[in-house]
Design a protein around this ligand. Structure first.
Ligand SMILES: C[S@@+](CC[C@H](N)C(=O)[O-])C[C@H]1O[C@@H](n2cnc3c(N)ncnc32)[C@H](O)[C@@H]1O
Length: 408
């Protein structure tokens, strides 16, 4: 038996972000339109480095915002060359900085403002910007133009939205964890309860196909969602059969209903437009989730958990999943989460599987790894009556794109 979950103490950590594919022929056609409209926009907006004219150093009042955007640009270099250029162009445009500084102070961050601009483009409200993105030309001038011409539209979006992380691909770590946990608990049918579910992609874990770098494959080869992950080390990924999933319940303070077109578009808007592969993956996950949407419970995880268990039939094993979600709770909140599981276990067996930063998941051992090491620990906890068996079964990196299975 492992340590009793109720006595566990955990700690804090951070965790780890995020498009338009257009055929070449259409890209070429758009290019002409973009060239004409962009030069008009440039005339209106004025000079900015990287587009037209000499760089104009921002006025003093905008220095902090300019610096924030410059830094974001530098940090984006690897993930999105487009966002690197856009953020730097915005940091050098006095008009853009003025528009950004007119937004509420907590809503000026570059990822949010760029996502809002992208949302306007995707919604057809900023055709110039959409065309520039599609043609991969004149994007900076078009972004500045949109921001300075439509500040109210940008403000309306940023005040009600938060940047959504790219939450695709978690199935490569979750599937073996859930199958392993259900096998340990002797269950053939499970009800999934994903805490901090966001759009609920984790709840389709049994409907995806996975190819691991070591040649192993799991899941549905014909699924529109095909995931991949590299395997670190010699130990294979366990191939226990995935139990039947008879209930899917997501809990989130702010869940995303992917059957709502505006919500789904916002998920897309949070990806940089120059990342077509990531957008294609996201679209596939959205389509799969929309086919059989889960029950989404909006609210605090700790408050909503009892209701979530009520959605799992008595003859199915509740499987609680958390992936990079618990860091959003305080240490006390995480311990209360564990106690909630303990309470439910007094009435019915359940399992909890987790992929969380080192030391974030309460009671899950850490192999002695340092907190905030950048990787995450894969945990399996089986609760049965007064007993709980809690074990770390692996490590993963890049939110599951690389994993090492360590359990025997
Ligand atoms: C990092 S995000 C998404 C995590 C997602 N499971 C993943 O793998 O990326 C954390 C999610 O937790 C939600 N959240 C934060 N605090 C919460 C709380 N107290 N109760 C429920 N959900 C919460 C946020 O709305 C957000 O969708």
């Amino acid at each position: 038996m492992g340590p009793r979950a109720g006595r566990a103490v955990a700690a804090l950590n951070s965790f780890e972000l995020d498009t338009l594919l257009i055929p070449d022929a259409r890209r070429r056609r758009l290019r002409g339109t973009v060239r004409r409209t962009v030069s008009k926009a440039c005339a209106r907006v004025g000079p900015s480095r990287g587009s037209h004219g000499p760089p104009g150093p921002p006025k003093l009042g905008f220095v902090a915002t300019a610096e924030k955007y410059r830094r974001f640009g530098a940090e984006s270099a690897g993930a999105s060359p487009l966002y690197e250029r856009l953020a730097i162009a915005l940091s050098e445009s006095e008009e853009a900085l003025r528009a950004i500084d007119s937004l509420p102070a907590r809503k000026r961050n570059p990822a949010l403002v760029l996502a809002a601009l992208n949302d306007l483009a995707l919604a057809g409200r900023a055709p110039l910007l959409a065309a520039a993105y599609a043609a991969a030309e004149g994007e900076a001038a078009a972004a500045i133009d949109t921001l300075t011409r439509m500040p109210e539209a940008v403000a309306e979006i940023v005040v009600r939205r938060q940047v959504r992380a790219d939450e695709t691909g978690r199935g490569a770590v979750l599937r073996p964890l859930i199958a392993e946990a259900a096998q340990r608990a002797g269950a053939e049918a499970v009800g999934l309860i994903d805490v901090g579910c966001s759009a609920g992609f984790n709840l389709d874990v049994d409907r995806v196909g996975i190819a691991y770098g070591n040649g192993q494959t799991l899941g549905e080869a014909s699924s529109p969602v095909q995931l991949s992950a590299s395997v670190v080390g010699e130990r294979p990924i366990p191939v226990a059969a995935m139990p039947a999933v008879v209930a899917r319940v997501g809990i989130d303070a702010n869940p995303v209903d992917v059957t709502d077109a505006d919500e789904a578009r916002w998920l897309r808007a949070c990806l940089p437009p120059d990342q077509p592969e990531r957008l294609a993956k996201l679209d596939a996950e959205i389509a799969l989730a929309a086919k059989a949407p889960p029950v989404l419970l909006a609210g605090d995880a700790l408050e909503a958990l009892p209701d979530a268990f009520a959605h799992v039939p008595a003859d199915a094993l509740p499987v609680v999943t958390t992936t990079w979600a618990l860091s959003r709770l305080s240490l006390e909140g995480r311990l209360r989460f564990l106690h909630r599981l303990d309470d439910v276990a007094a009435h019915r067996p359940l399992v909890w599987v987790s992929a969380e930063g080192v030391g974030v998941a309460p009671a899950i051992p850490t192999f002695g790894d340092r907190r905030a090491s950048g990787h995450s620990i894969l945990g399996v906890a089986v609760f049965h009556g007064a007993a709980a068996h809690v074990e770390a079964v692996g490590r993963c990196w890049s939110q599951g794109r690389l994993l090492a299975w360590l359990a025997g």
